[in-house]
Ligand binder design. Sequence first.
Ligand SMILES: [Zn+2]
Length: 468
Amino acid sequence: MQSPYLGAIPLHWCDSCHVPVLGKRCGCGAPARHVGITPPGDVRPAFPSDIRLINSIFDEAFGQPLIPDGHIVLLNKVPDDDRMEEIIIGGAVVGAIRYLPSGSRWEALPRPQAGLLMRPKRRYVVVDDGAAPFVQEGSSVLAPGLVEIESHTTKGDEVFVLTGDGTCIGVGRAKMGSDEARSTSRGQIVRLRKNSTQTFLPSPSTWDQAVIANREILLSMEQDSIRFIQDLSEQETLPITVSYSGGKDSLVTLILTLKAIGPVPLLFADTGFEFPETYENIDRVCERYKVELFSEDGEAGFWKGFQKHGPPAVNLRWCCKACKLTPVNDLIEKQWGECLSLIGQRKYESARRMKSRRVWRNQNVPNQLSAAPIQHWNALHVWLYLFQEKAPYNILYEEGLDRIGCYMCPSSDIAHLKMIEERYPDLWSKWRSAVEAWAAAAGRSPEWFSSGAWRVNRGGEDEEDSHY
Ligand SMILES: [Zn+2]
């Protein structure tokens, strides 16, 4: 699957401070080395619940957790059929996890560096000293070089390749299960995964240290955004607002706006499909920053649309207009007639947003001039800045959710929707009932909802730009 290029990935690593650095030089003065990751490269911190998930996936596959305590871990979502995340530790990609919707389960994809963090107890092979140099060069493990194959290994598994003293020299996919491999004297046992030779230097560190290492870089991003907001406020006579969603990007936008021009009202389109934690976050943010909230109900518009179109799908996202854009347009009309809204849009989010200008008008909200102060920030800039400011971000991020919008958004991957189903059974069953009733009336199969097929295009219209 092709990765979209959304701009250079500025991810580097300081091997003195053991932290990620978003520039070529660390705050400590040392040069930071480039970390090669898959584009678009909008990396984010792994929170403790993400680390628990990764460790449980690796534990199940290899009998050992991957991530030791006290290390900074980054996640990088990469293009895949559903969901795949690269795991970055010690300035290198040590592996990935991938969600397999057909089996409703995650798969662990280690890289050789993972073998330096953990010693697998399951799913490994041991090769003899004669074969080791060839394996290190990337050759397959062949039957004559095999000393041992661990008995949980089945055909198609990801396996570690070890030498006799337990050193990991590669990873790959088993072409035979343990029984077959033990009874044959020829053929390919493991096909090696092509390995990069990234420098890998894991050592404990904290996010506070990462903030210090990136202080100058964050200051320059902050100054650019503040200047952008101040220039706009001098050029435009419209009243200024911040579009607040309860997500991290709109929180950074609010903080920058407060620093640039002081308190402004918040706009919030309440779709009726928000998480309870999002409402709590909005209350907390309004109280902490002493800003006024203007909220408009979008749920009525949603159900009207649902009657007409059925559930929204990736390529039939009538919902943004119905439950966000039109309500916001009405709200602005009532309150100000017209306004300028600062929005937490970033180019790294998608190809569409990469091409978007920093100031624009959404045709569905004609009375709103929109502007993106953090257009050039990536997710790690955002997170480091929120940590630095000790900002009250939505707690859902700490609990394994990286998208904070409508809980049933059809653009979500199935891995995400499964998490929501488990965490919010009541919210999910409300949605399921509505979709299943619609499906029955429309003559769809009973599996249409459970398989996730409802999310996929039935129309073929282009995705609407949802930012307001
Ligand atoms: Zn440093």
